[in-house]
Design a protein around this ligand. Sequence first.
Ligand SMILES: Cc1ncc(C[n+]2csc(CCOP(=O)(O)OP(=O)(O)O)c2C)c(N)n1
Ligand SMILES: [Mg+2]
Length: 375
Amino acid sequence: MAETVQSVDRAAPARSRRARGAKAPGPKTGAAAPEAAPPAADAGTLVGYYRQMLLIRRFEERAARAYTEAKIGGYCHLNLGEEATVVGLMAALRPTDYLFTNYREHGYALAKGIGAERVMAELYGRSTGVSKGWGGSMHLFDAEARLLGGYGIVGGQVPLAAGAALAVSYKGGDEVVMCQMGDGTTAIGAFHESLNIAALWNLPVVFVVINNGLGMGTTVENSAAEPELYRRGAAYRTESLRVDGTDVLAVRDAARTAVERARAESRPYLLETVSPRLKGHSVVDPARYRSKEEKEALKAADPLARMALDLADAGILSADDRDRLDAEVTAEIDAAAAFADESPVPEVSTLFDYTYATPVPGELRRLPADPVFGS
Ligand SMILES: Cc1ncc(C[n+]2csc(CCOP(=O)(O)OP(=O)(O)O)c2C)c(N)n1
Ligand SMILES: [Mg+2]
């Protein structure tokens, strides 16, 4: 193990204090944390989590409707069924921590603190959106909120997240990079390359695999030779854990462990959350590959309904309170949709303004042959 650490330090261009001082822990790997005490949270915190989950649910339902009304174009993937995962993960991050995601990221943007109106406006392709209307559903980006995308290429975000963690490490910062992806992404080469380099170079990055059981219509069992995906961490001597993704507190606490480990020891971590996808792959997928029984069984796995019951049982949120909260959240979503509807589309002349983060000297930013871009 010590040998590994020394060779890591020689190989790594990052020279941060943390990376130099970091000790590579034994690659602990496990499903959930049986020794962990039941996670505690006060009533206010629990209601806050529930409200965030509800906001994501109502936002996604509204997005699905707006898509069928042709207000949203392109692809559109929803976080339905992943609300507890999203809120739990984001609760473990500091505002200064960075986040990379795949294309199923509306909920993450909301839970990272971006207003619903700016997220909805982006889905509508309006200039008031988080990516000024040029990104759309799959490419939400907000440097201030430290949401660094939103990527449509499966696995595309994973090496970028490792690169961001290298930058943090190089500068000696204490931010953590979280990189969300789907189960199907763990069969992509870039996933393995990134885990390898992150472990070799002691990068402060938490890889999170959202196991919703499916990559489009293909099950994990049919696509992964090791369907217990968190176990892939062992190949890279990276600590890993699997957790119930329908339980917001379990996710938050597992993510806190991962994030604080990455922060304190500058080591990567692999977290797997398990929660079924409640609807199709995208809003246009009727999920015909699922049997009626399977679809019926999904109802029992709804994290929002489960939390509502738990809060009611604990005497924290009555049915009336829940309805009030729902009306409040629905009004917020209505306002976001109205804001998006009333916002202007971006000027075509700005199409290439955001191609690069910084101007590239001598770069011709417009394609001269194309009249659309020439005007
Ligand atoms: C490199 C690449 N290959 C294929 C696709 C088409 N594609 C889009 S989503 C997807 C499934 C990914 O599944 P998973 O990683 O489990 O994420 P989920 O959609 O379930 O959240 C595929 C194959 C793509 N976008 N990029
Ligand atoms: Mg999946």
